[in-house]
Design a protein around this ligand. Structure first.
Ligand code: S3P
Length: 441
Protein backbone atom coordinates (compact mmCIF):
# COMPACT_ATOMS: atom_id res chain seq x y z
CA UNK A 1 0.00 0.00 0.00
CA UNK A 2 1.37 3.42 -0.90
CA UNK A 3 1.07 4.68 2.69
CA UNK A 4 4.07 2.50 3.42
CA UNK A 5 6.27 4.98 1.49
CA UNK A 6 8.70 7.15 3.33
CA UNK A 7 7.64 10.48 1.89
CA UNK A 8 4.63 12.30 0.44
CA UNK A 9 4.47 15.25 -1.91
CA UNK A 10 1.36 17.27 -1.38
CA UNK A 11 -0.15 20.38 -2.80
CA UNK A 12 -3.45 22.14 -3.09
CA UNK A 13 -6.05 19.83 -4.62
CA UNK A 14 -9.63 20.53 -5.68
CA UNK A 15 -12.44 21.48 -3.32
CA UNK A 16 -13.20 18.34 -1.34
CA UNK A 17 -16.40 16.56 -2.21
CA UNK A 18 -18.21 13.25 -2.07
CA UNK A 19 -18.82 10.77 0.69
CA UNK A 20 -16.45 8.41 2.44
CA UNK A 21 -16.14 6.09 5.38
CA UNK A 22 -12.84 6.05 7.27
CA UNK A 23 -11.46 2.81 8.78
CA UNK A 24 -12.51 1.37 12.12
CA UNK A 25 -11.79 2.92 15.49
CA UNK A 26 -8.36 2.06 16.87
CA UNK A 27 -9.32 2.21 20.55
CA UNK A 28 -12.38 0.01 20.05
CA UNK A 29 -10.51 -2.48 17.84
CA UNK A 30 -7.77 -3.03 20.45
CA UNK A 31 -10.35 -3.62 23.15
CA UNK A 32 -12.52 -5.91 21.02
CA UNK A 33 -9.61 -8.28 20.45
CA UNK A 34 -8.56 -8.15 24.10
CA UNK A 35 -11.98 -8.82 25.59
CA UNK A 36 -12.83 -11.32 22.85
CA UNK A 37 -9.67 -13.26 23.75
CA UNK A 38 -10.49 -13.27 27.47
CA UNK A 39 -14.15 -14.16 26.95
CA UNK A 40 -15.80 -17.57 26.87
CA UNK A 41 -17.04 -18.31 23.36
CA UNK A 42 -16.51 -16.84 19.93
CA UNK A 43 -16.58 -13.09 19.33
CA UNK A 44 -17.12 -11.65 15.88
CA UNK A 45 -15.62 -8.20 15.33
CA UNK A 46 -16.86 -6.20 12.33
CA UNK A 47 -15.20 -2.98 11.17
CA UNK A 48 -11.88 -3.99 12.78
CA UNK A 49 -9.07 -1.55 12.00
CA UNK A 50 -6.55 -3.27 9.73
CA UNK A 51 -3.78 -1.07 11.12
CA UNK A 52 -0.38 -2.10 12.39
CA UNK A 53 -1.23 -1.13 15.98
CA UNK A 54 -4.34 -3.27 16.24
CA UNK A 55 -2.83 -6.15 14.28
CA UNK A 56 0.06 -6.13 16.78
CA UNK A 57 -2.45 -6.58 19.62
CA UNK A 58 -4.07 -9.50 17.78
CA UNK A 59 -0.63 -11.10 17.26
CA UNK A 60 0.15 -10.72 20.97
CA UNK A 61 -2.93 -12.77 21.85
CA UNK A 62 -2.14 -15.34 19.17
CA UNK A 63 1.29 -15.71 20.80
CA UNK A 64 -0.59 -16.56 24.01
CA UNK A 65 -2.64 -19.30 22.34
CA UNK A 66 -5.73 -17.42 21.15
CA UNK A 67 -7.02 -18.45 17.71
CA UNK A 68 -8.07 -15.43 15.65
CA UNK A 69 -9.54 -15.85 12.18
CA UNK A 70 -9.75 -13.21 9.46
CA UNK A 71 -12.76 -14.27 7.37
CA UNK A 72 -12.57 -11.03 5.39
CA UNK A 73 -10.76 -7.70 5.60
CA UNK A 74 -11.92 -5.72 8.65
CA UNK A 75 -13.40 -8.81 10.25
CA UNK A 76 -12.02 -10.96 13.03
CA UNK A 77 -13.37 -14.03 14.73
CA UNK A 78 -11.75 -14.34 18.13
CA UNK A 79 -11.96 -17.74 19.79
CA UNK A 80 -11.94 -16.70 23.43
CA UNK A 81 -10.02 -18.79 25.94
CA UNK A 82 -11.65 -17.39 29.08
CA UNK A 83 -10.14 -15.17 31.75
CA UNK A 84 -7.60 -17.82 32.81
CA UNK A 85 -7.00 -19.55 29.48
CA UNK A 86 -4.03 -17.60 28.08
CA UNK A 87 -0.85 -19.62 27.60
CA UNK A 88 2.62 -18.48 28.65
CA UNK A 89 4.22 -16.82 25.60
CA UNK A 90 7.42 -18.35 24.28
CA UNK A 91 8.64 -14.98 23.01
CA UNK A 92 8.47 -11.31 23.88
CA UNK A 93 5.16 -9.63 23.13
CA UNK A 94 5.67 -6.88 20.56
CA UNK A 95 3.17 -4.01 20.77
CA UNK A 96 4.77 -2.15 17.86
CA UNK A 97 3.92 1.56 18.00
CA UNK A 98 0.85 1.18 20.21
CA UNK A 99 0.70 2.84 23.62
CA UNK A 100 -2.85 1.57 24.00
CA UNK A 101 -1.71 -1.99 23.31
CA UNK A 102 1.12 -1.91 25.82
CA UNK A 103 -0.68 -0.10 28.62
CA UNK A 104 -3.89 -2.15 28.46
CA UNK A 105 -1.95 -5.40 28.09
CA UNK A 106 0.07 -4.59 31.20
CA UNK A 107 -3.21 -4.67 33.15
CA UNK A 108 -4.22 -8.02 31.64
CA UNK A 109 -0.78 -9.59 32.08
CA UNK A 110 -0.44 -8.44 35.70
CA UNK A 111 -3.20 -10.92 36.52
CA UNK A 112 -1.70 -13.98 34.80
CA UNK A 113 0.05 -16.98 36.32
CA UNK A 114 3.00 -16.63 33.90
CA UNK A 115 5.77 -14.11 33.25
CA UNK A 116 5.71 -11.97 30.13
CA UNK A 117 7.74 -9.25 28.44
CA UNK A 118 6.17 -6.33 26.57
CA UNK A 119 8.31 -4.53 24.00
CA UNK A 120 7.65 -1.83 21.41
CA UNK A 121 9.24 0.16 18.59
CA UNK A 122 11.57 3.14 19.08
CA UNK A 123 8.71 5.62 19.66
CA UNK A 124 6.84 3.39 22.12
CA UNK A 125 10.12 2.68 23.91
CA UNK A 126 10.29 6.39 24.79
CA UNK A 127 6.78 6.60 26.27
CA UNK A 128 6.10 6.74 30.02
CA UNK A 129 4.86 3.53 31.62
CA UNK A 130 5.18 4.58 35.28
CA UNK A 131 1.58 5.75 35.04
CA UNK A 132 0.43 2.11 34.75
CA UNK A 133 3.25 0.49 36.74
CA UNK A 134 2.40 2.52 39.88
CA UNK A 135 -1.29 1.56 40.25
CA UNK A 136 -0.71 -2.04 39.13
CA UNK A 137 2.09 -2.39 41.68
CA UNK A 138 -0.24 -0.99 44.35
CA UNK A 139 -2.66 -3.81 43.38
CA UNK A 140 0.06 -6.41 44.00
CA UNK A 141 1.59 -6.77 40.54
CA UNK A 142 5.35 -7.03 40.01
CA UNK A 143 6.61 -5.16 36.95
CA UNK A 144 10.21 -4.33 35.98
CA UNK A 145 10.78 -1.58 33.45
CA UNK A 146 13.66 0.01 31.63
CA UNK A 147 15.31 3.04 33.16
CA UNK A 148 12.94 5.88 34.06
CA UNK A 149 9.84 3.69 33.82
CA UNK A 150 10.24 3.17 30.07
CA UNK A 151 9.57 -0.05 28.13
CA UNK A 152 10.34 -2.90 27.92
CA UNK A 153 8.10 -4.15 30.72
CA UNK A 154 8.75 -7.49 32.36
CA UNK A 155 5.56 -8.54 34.10
CA UNK A 156 5.90 -11.24 36.71
CA UNK A 157 3.07 -13.72 36.95
CA UNK A 158 1.60 -15.58 39.88
CA UNK A 159 0.77 -12.59 42.06
CA UNK A 160 -2.55 -12.20 43.82
CA UNK A 161 -4.04 -8.84 42.91
CA UNK A 162 -6.17 -6.77 45.26
CA UNK A 163 -8.80 -4.28 44.15
CA UNK A 164 -7.88 -0.62 44.44
CA UNK A 165 -9.59 2.74 44.84
CA UNK A 166 -7.44 4.69 42.40
CA UNK A 167 -7.50 8.37 41.56
CA UNK A 168 -5.62 8.79 38.28
CA UNK A 169 -3.24 11.78 38.42
CA UNK A 170 -3.52 12.27 34.62
CA UNK A 171 -6.72 12.09 32.60
CA UNK A 172 -5.86 8.91 30.68
CA UNK A 173 -8.20 6.25 29.35
CA UNK A 174 -5.22 3.96 28.96
CA UNK A 175 -4.34 4.16 32.65
CA UNK A 176 -7.98 3.76 33.68
CA UNK A 177 -8.34 0.75 31.37
CA UNK A 178 -5.15 -0.95 32.60
CA UNK A 179 -6.38 -0.71 36.19
CA UNK A 180 -9.89 -1.94 35.30
CA UNK A 181 -8.49 -4.90 33.32
CA UNK A 182 -6.26 -5.86 36.26
CA UNK A 183 -9.40 -5.45 38.38
CA UNK A 184 -10.99 -8.37 36.50
CA UNK A 185 -8.36 -10.58 38.16
CA UNK A 186 -8.34 -8.86 41.55
CA UNK A 187 -9.96 -9.76 44.83
CA UNK A 188 -12.61 -7.24 45.82
CA UNK A 189 -13.60 -4.02 44.19
CA UNK A 190 -11.65 -1.76 41.86
CA UNK A 191 -12.69 1.89 41.52
CA UNK A 192 -11.07 4.41 39.20
CA UNK A 193 -11.74 8.14 39.51
CA UNK A 194 -10.36 10.59 36.94
CA UNK A 195 -9.49 14.29 37.14
CA UNK A 196 -11.49 14.74 33.90
CA UNK A 197 -13.64 12.10 32.17
CA UNK A 198 -11.88 10.17 29.39
CA UNK A 199 -13.14 7.80 26.69
CA UNK A 200 -15.17 4.99 28.26
CA UNK A 201 -14.78 2.24 25.64
CA UNK A 202 -13.40 -0.27 28.13
CA UNK A 203 -16.34 0.27 30.44
CA UNK A 204 -18.95 0.03 27.66
CA UNK A 205 -17.33 -3.03 26.20
CA UNK A 206 -16.93 -4.80 29.54
CA UNK A 207 -20.67 -4.27 30.02
CA UNK A 208 -21.33 -5.63 26.51
CA UNK A 209 -19.30 -8.75 27.39
CA UNK A 210 -21.51 -9.23 30.43
CA UNK A 211 -19.14 -8.09 33.18
CA UNK A 212 -20.99 -6.26 35.98
CA UNK A 213 -19.66 -2.68 35.97
CA UNK A 214 -20.94 0.69 37.12
CA UNK A 215 -19.68 3.73 35.32
CA UNK A 216 -20.36 7.36 34.61
CA UNK A 217 -18.29 10.35 33.51
CA UNK A 218 -14.94 10.23 35.33
CA UNK A 219 -15.66 7.13 37.43
CA UNK A 220 -15.83 3.37 37.01
CA UNK A 221 -16.25 0.53 39.45
CA UNK A 222 -16.14 -3.25 39.08
CA UNK A 223 -15.46 -6.34 41.13
CA UNK A 224 -13.32 -9.37 40.33
CA UNK A 225 -14.49 -12.93 39.96
CA UNK A 226 -16.98 -12.77 37.08
CA UNK A 227 -16.85 -14.10 33.51
CA UNK A 228 -16.71 -12.40 30.13
CA UNK A 229 -19.17 -13.81 27.60
CA UNK A 230 -18.44 -13.61 23.87
CA UNK A 231 -20.49 -11.14 21.86
CA UNK A 232 -20.59 -9.32 18.52
CA UNK A 233 -18.70 -6.06 18.25
CA UNK A 234 -19.48 -3.48 15.58
CA UNK A 235 -16.52 -1.08 15.44
CA UNK A 236 -17.52 2.46 14.42
CA UNK A 237 -15.41 4.52 12.00
CA UNK A 238 -12.59 6.24 13.86
CA UNK A 239 -13.39 9.86 14.75
CA UNK A 240 -9.66 10.61 14.92
CA UNK A 241 -9.19 9.46 11.32
CA UNK A 242 -12.26 11.42 10.22
CA UNK A 243 -10.77 14.49 11.93
CA UNK A 244 -8.24 15.11 9.13
CA UNK A 245 -11.00 15.29 6.54
CA UNK A 246 -13.25 17.36 8.82
CA UNK A 247 -10.51 19.97 9.10
CA UNK A 248 -9.57 19.75 5.41
CA UNK A 249 -13.17 20.24 4.24
CA UNK A 250 -13.63 23.13 6.67
CA UNK A 251 -10.53 24.87 5.32
CA UNK A 252 -10.62 24.30 1.54
CA UNK A 253 -13.00 26.78 -0.15
CA UNK A 254 -15.88 25.17 -2.03
CA UNK A 255 -15.74 21.86 -0.10
CA UNK A 256 -18.73 19.81 1.01
CA UNK A 257 -17.97 16.35 2.33
CA UNK A 258 -19.96 13.59 3.97
CA UNK A 259 -18.21 11.29 6.44
CA UNK A 260 -20.29 8.20 7.01
CA UNK A 261 -21.03 6.41 10.28
CA UNK A 262 -18.40 8.13 12.41
CA UNK A 263 -18.05 7.06 16.05
CA UNK A 264 -19.46 9.91 18.15
CA UNK A 265 -18.53 8.90 21.68
CA UNK A 266 -18.78 12.26 23.48
CA UNK A 267 -15.35 11.75 25.02
CA UNK A 268 -13.86 11.77 21.50
CA UNK A 269 -15.63 14.60 19.71
CA UNK A 270 -14.11 17.66 21.41
CA UNK A 271 -12.69 18.75 18.05
CA UNK A 272 -16.22 19.39 16.76
CA UNK A 273 -16.88 21.76 19.65
CA UNK A 274 -13.55 23.55 19.10
CA UNK A 275 -14.08 23.88 15.34
CA UNK A 276 -17.62 25.15 15.84
CA UNK A 277 -16.28 27.84 18.19
CA UNK A 278 -13.95 28.76 15.31
CA UNK A 279 -16.95 29.10 12.96
CA UNK A 280 -16.98 25.67 11.25
CA UNK A 281 -20.09 24.38 9.47
CA UNK A 282 -20.51 20.74 10.55
CA UNK A 283 -23.88 18.98 10.56
CA UNK A 284 -24.62 15.67 12.28
CA UNK A 285 -27.14 13.46 10.50
CA UNK A 286 -28.82 10.11 11.02
CA UNK A 287 -27.45 9.70 14.51
CA UNK A 288 -27.55 6.03 15.45
CA UNK A 289 -26.61 4.02 18.53
CA UNK A 290 -29.07 2.40 20.84
CA UNK A 291 -29.86 5.49 22.87
CA UNK A 292 -29.85 4.91 26.58
CA UNK A 293 -27.96 1.62 26.37
CA UNK A 294 -24.67 2.11 28.12
CA UNK A 295 -22.80 -0.53 26.10
CA UNK A 296 -23.62 0.90 22.64
CA UNK A 297 -21.40 3.31 20.71
CA UNK A 298 -23.18 6.31 19.14
CA UNK A 299 -22.55 6.87 15.43
CA UNK A 300 -23.46 9.70 13.00
CA UNK A 301 -22.89 10.93 9.46
CA UNK A 302 -21.02 14.24 9.46
CA UNK A 303 -21.59 16.75 6.68
CA UNK A 304 -18.80 19.33 6.59
CA UNK A 305 -18.92 22.50 4.47
CA UNK A 306 -16.18 25.02 4.02
CA UNK A 307 -16.45 28.02 6.32
CA UNK A 308 -14.01 30.77 7.21
CA UNK A 309 -12.45 29.99 10.60
CA UNK A 310 -11.28 32.40 13.30
CA UNK A 311 -8.77 31.82 16.08
CA UNK A 312 -9.97 30.92 19.58
CA UNK A 313 -8.73 30.14 23.06
CA UNK A 314 -9.38 26.40 23.14
CA UNK A 315 -11.35 25.71 26.35
CA UNK A 316 -9.15 23.58 28.61
CA UNK A 317 -12.13 21.41 29.52
CA UNK A 318 -12.17 20.15 25.91
CA UNK A 319 -8.56 18.93 25.96
CA UNK A 320 -9.10 15.26 26.97
CA UNK A 321 -12.03 14.99 24.53
CA UNK A 322 -9.80 15.99 21.62
CA UNK A 323 -6.40 14.80 22.82
CA UNK A 324 -5.58 13.00 19.56
CA UNK A 325 -6.88 15.84 17.37
CA UNK A 326 -4.46 18.64 18.30
CA UNK A 327 -2.18 18.14 15.29
CA UNK A 328 -5.22 18.67 13.04
CA UNK A 329 -6.46 21.56 15.18
CA UNK A 330 -3.03 23.25 14.92
CA UNK A 331 -3.46 23.19 11.13
CA UNK A 332 -6.96 24.68 11.41
CA UNK A 333 -5.51 27.38 13.68
CA UNK A 334 -2.69 28.12 11.23
CA UNK A 335 -5.27 28.78 8.49
CA UNK A 336 -7.75 30.68 10.66
CA UNK A 337 -8.00 34.41 11.02
CA UNK A 338 -6.36 35.59 14.24
CA UNK A 339 -4.69 33.89 17.16
CA UNK A 340 -5.42 30.47 18.66
CA UNK A 341 -4.21 29.59 22.15
CA UNK A 342 -3.92 25.99 23.42
CA UNK A 343 -3.30 25.40 27.13
CA UNK A 344 -3.48 22.46 29.51
CA UNK A 345 -2.33 19.98 26.87
CA UNK A 346 1.08 18.87 28.24
CA UNK A 347 0.07 15.24 27.51
CA UNK A 348 0.76 16.04 23.84
CA UNK A 349 4.45 15.92 24.68
CA UNK A 350 4.31 12.17 25.46
CA UNK A 351 2.32 10.86 22.49
CA UNK A 352 3.81 9.03 19.49
CA UNK A 353 6.04 12.11 19.22
CA UNK A 354 6.22 15.35 21.20
CA UNK A 355 3.28 16.72 19.25
CA UNK A 356 3.72 20.31 20.39
CA UNK A 357 7.35 20.35 19.24
CA UNK A 358 6.83 18.42 15.98
CA UNK A 359 3.84 20.53 14.92
CA UNK A 360 5.63 23.76 15.83
CA UNK A 361 8.72 22.77 13.83
CA UNK A 362 6.67 21.76 10.79
CA UNK A 363 4.37 24.77 10.81
CA UNK A 364 7.37 27.09 11.16
CA UNK A 365 8.96 25.39 8.16
CA UNK A 366 5.82 26.39 6.23
CA UNK A 367 6.09 30.00 7.38
CA UNK A 368 3.51 29.94 10.18
CA UNK A 369 4.13 31.94 13.34
CA UNK A 370 3.78 29.60 16.33
CA UNK A 371 5.11 29.83 19.83
CA UNK A 372 5.47 26.71 21.95
CA UNK A 373 4.54 26.79 25.62
CA UNK A 374 5.15 23.96 28.11
CA UNK A 375 1.53 22.80 27.85
CA UNK A 376 0.37 24.12 24.50
CA UNK A 377 1.03 26.71 21.83
CA UNK A 378 0.07 30.13 20.54
CA UNK A 379 -0.58 30.06 16.81
CA UNK A 380 -1.04 33.11 14.57
CA UNK A 381 -3.33 32.23 11.69
CA UNK A 382 -2.36 33.34 8.21
CA UNK A 383 -0.74 32.13 5.06
CA UNK A 384 0.82 28.68 4.72
CA UNK A 385 3.78 28.36 2.38
CA UNK A 386 5.40 25.38 0.71
CA UNK A 387 8.38 23.54 2.17
CA UNK A 388 9.67 20.34 3.73
CA UNK A 389 8.34 19.01 7.03
CA UNK A 390 9.17 15.97 9.13
CA UNK A 391 6.56 13.82 10.84
CA UNK A 392 9.06 12.16 13.21
CA UNK A 393 7.42 8.83 12.56
CA UNK A 394 4.12 10.08 14.01
CA UNK A 395 1.07 9.10 11.92
CA UNK A 396 -1.11 12.00 13.03
CA UNK A 397 1.60 14.58 12.31
CA UNK A 398 2.02 13.21 8.77
CA UNK A 399 -1.72 13.31 8.03
CA UNK A 400 -2.10 16.79 9.55
CA UNK A 401 0.57 18.17 7.22
CA UNK A 402 -1.16 16.51 4.28
CA UNK A 403 -4.16 18.66 5.26
CA UNK A 404 -2.01 21.78 5.69
CA UNK A 405 -0.61 21.22 2.19
CA UNK A 406 -4.11 21.61 0.70
CA UNK A 407 -3.95 25.28 1.72
CA UNK A 408 -0.28 25.85 0.99
CA UNK A 409 1.05 28.36 -1.54
CA UNK A 410 3.63 25.93 -2.87
CA UNK A 411 4.30 22.25 -2.69
CA UNK A 412 4.91 20.47 0.62
CA UNK A 413 7.14 17.43 1.14
CA UNK A 414 6.27 15.36 4.19
CA UNK A 415 9.07 13.06 5.36
CA UNK A 416 8.82 9.83 7.34
CA UNK A 417 5.19 8.88 6.75
CA UNK A 418 5.31 5.07 6.92
CA UNK A 419 3.73 5.14 10.37
CA UNK A 420 0.39 6.24 8.91
CA UNK A 421 -0.20 2.51 8.44
CA UNK A 422 -0.48 2.16 12.24
CA UNK A 423 -3.88 3.85 12.30
CA UNK A 424 -5.03 4.69 8.77
CA UNK A 425 -4.25 2.17 6.02
CA UNK A 426 -5.37 3.55 2.66
CA UNK A 427 -5.16 7.22 3.71
CA UNK A 428 -3.50 8.38 0.49
CA UNK A 429 -6.06 6.70 -1.79
CA UNK A 430 -9.01 7.95 0.27
CA UNK A 431 -7.60 11.48 0.46
CA UNK A 432 -7.13 11.61 -3.31
CA UNK A 433 -10.59 10.17 -3.94
CA UNK A 434 -12.21 13.21 -2.33
CA UNK A 435 -9.99 15.73 -4.11
CA UNK A 436 -6.92 16.18 -1.93
CA UNK A 437 -3.62 16.42 -3.79
CA UNK A 438 -1.29 13.85 -2.23
CA UNK A 439 1.32 11.60 -3.78
CA UNK A 440 3.38 8.85 -2.19
CA UNK A 441 6.99 8.99 -3.47
C1 S3P B 1 -6.45 5.86 23.95
C2 S3P B 1 -6.37 6.85 24.89
C3 S3P B 1 -5.64 8.11 24.69
C4 S3P B 1 -5.34 8.37 23.23
C5 S3P B 1 -4.85 7.16 22.51
C6 S3P B 1 -5.83 6.01 22.62
C7 S3P B 1 -7.18 4.62 24.29
O1 S3P B 1 -4.42 8.04 25.40
O2 S3P B 1 -4.40 9.42 23.09
O3 S3P B 1 -4.63 7.46 21.15
O4 S3P B 1 -7.46 3.82 23.38
O5 S3P B 1 -7.47 4.42 25.47
P1 S3P B 1 -4.37 8.46 26.95
O6 S3P B 1 -5.44 7.73 27.61
O7 S3P B 1 -3.03 8.05 27.47
O8 S3P B 1 -4.55 9.96 26.94
Amino acid sequence: MSDGGQRWSAGAGRPLGGALKVPGDKSVSHRAVMLGALAEGTTRVRGFLEGEDTRATARVFETMGVRIETPSASERIVHGVGLHGLRAPATELDCGNAGTGMRLLSGVLAGQAFDSMLVGDASLSRRPMRRVIDPLTAMGARIDSGEGGLPPLRIHGGNTLQGIDYKTPVASAQVKSAVLLAGLYARGETVVTEPHPTRDYSERMLAAFGWPIEFGPGRARLGGGHRLRATEVEVPADFSSAAFFIVAASLVPGSELRLRAVGMNPRRTGLLAALRLMGADIREESVAGRAGEADAEPVADLVVRHAPLRGIEVPEALVPDMIDEFPALFVAAACAQGRTVVRGAAELRVKESDRIATMAAGLRALGVSIQETPDGAIIEGGRIGGGRVHSHGDHRIAMSFAVAAQLAHGSVTIEDVANVATSFPGFVELANSIGMGLQAD
